[in-house]
Design a protein around this ligand. Structure first.
Ligand code: NAD
Length: 274
């Protein structure tokens, strides 16, 4: 279903993408690769000749991403695993499968996540657990399982998709804000602990980005796209490809001295005081 974008909504302009030759042949485990930002990241890394293990709970989305990559980047080495990041055993198996298939894990893209917008008085224990399970515990399970391999290798990069709501707070987003703040904290803790192992850990904090997750919220009128744009100094939503560009940079050797950082891409939302 097509979602109409509010009148006056300016699309992002096409931009020239950067190139990081060092990402060629790197093995990337990409969670939430079946949609949105995760799919855009899969494209960006495949464009660089990386080898990809795509992970998602959505079999159809996974298949679509894989089909798109094989069509767009002939010869790309890509595989997929259907698993939930909330299942620590499944996560360990997915990492073992990645290692068996590609020999190592160089880059973990901890991107799978869900939204949770509800007044706190209506947030059920099940809502709370689900949000924390996916948005925070899943990030821990994947980070630990991937880092065991990175530790043996003596190198690795962990990139977690947090959110502006990991750095700021909002009414009606309690569980999501707490989970994403947890991801930022986890990132800094792991960066400090694993720097001697040559494992870098950073977070990306997107502002409102035009993906299926957002379009679903707009469709259900949980959020109002026009209002969001008007609160954003750049007066638009982010594009998944813009988040993927940040992932490329932070995963590359160009960012070799950057660890424990939470990089914001929000069109000025946080600077505007929200
Ligand atoms: N879109 C935004 O405005 C926005 C803003 C800030 C942060 N984020 C974060 O970016 C990440 C990606 O969001 P998106 O907008 O691309 O969403 P999306 O819904 O388009 O994609 C998320 C993907 O994660 C998968 N997923 C969900 N639960 C999973 C689980 N338990 N195990 C494995 N896969 C699972 C979904 O099936 C889906 O393919 C999320 O962590 C989200 O919180 C998004």
């Amino acid at each position: 279903m097509n979602v109409s974008i509010p009148n006056g909504y300016p699309n992002a302009q096409p931009f020239a993408t950067a190139t990081y030759p060092g990402l060629k042949d790197k093995v990337v485990l990409n969670t939430g690769a079946g949609s949105g930002i995760g799919r855009a990241m899969a494209h960006a890394f495949a464009r660089h000749g990386a080898k990809l293990m795509l992970l998602d709970i959505d079999a159809t989305g996974l298949e679509q991403t894989k089909t798109e990559l094989l069509a767009a980047y002939p010869g790309v080495d890509v595989d997929s695993v259907l698993a939930s990041i909330t299942d620590d055993v499944a996560v360990e198996n997915a990492c073992a499968d990645t290692e068996a298939r590609f020999g190592r894990i160089d880059i973990l893209l901890n991107n799978a996540g869900i939204s949770m917008n509800k007044p706190s008085l209506k947030l059920t224990p099940a809502d709370w657990r689900r949000t924390i399970d996916v948005d925070l515990s899943g990030v821990f399970y994947c980070s630990q399982a991937a880092a065991k391999r990175m530790d043996h290798q003596g190198s690795g990069v962990i990139l977690s998709t947090a959110s502006i709501w990991g750095l700021s707070t909002s009414a009606n987003r309690l569980a999501y804000c707490v989970a994403k703040a947890g991801v930022v904290s986890l990132t800094k803790c792991l960066a400090a602990e694993w720097a001697p192992k040559r494992i870098r850990a950073n977070a990306i904090c997107p502002g409102y980005t035009q993906t299926a997750l957002m379009e679903d919220l707009m469709r259900r009128q949980v959020i109002n796209g026009a209002e969001l744009c008007s609160k954003t100094p750049m007066n638009r939503l982010g594009q998944p490809e813009e988040m993927a560009e940040i992932a490329l940079y932070l995963a590359s050797d160009a960012a070799a001295f950057i660890t424990g950082h939470a990089m914001v891409a929000d069109g000025g939302w946080l600077a505007n005081g929200y």
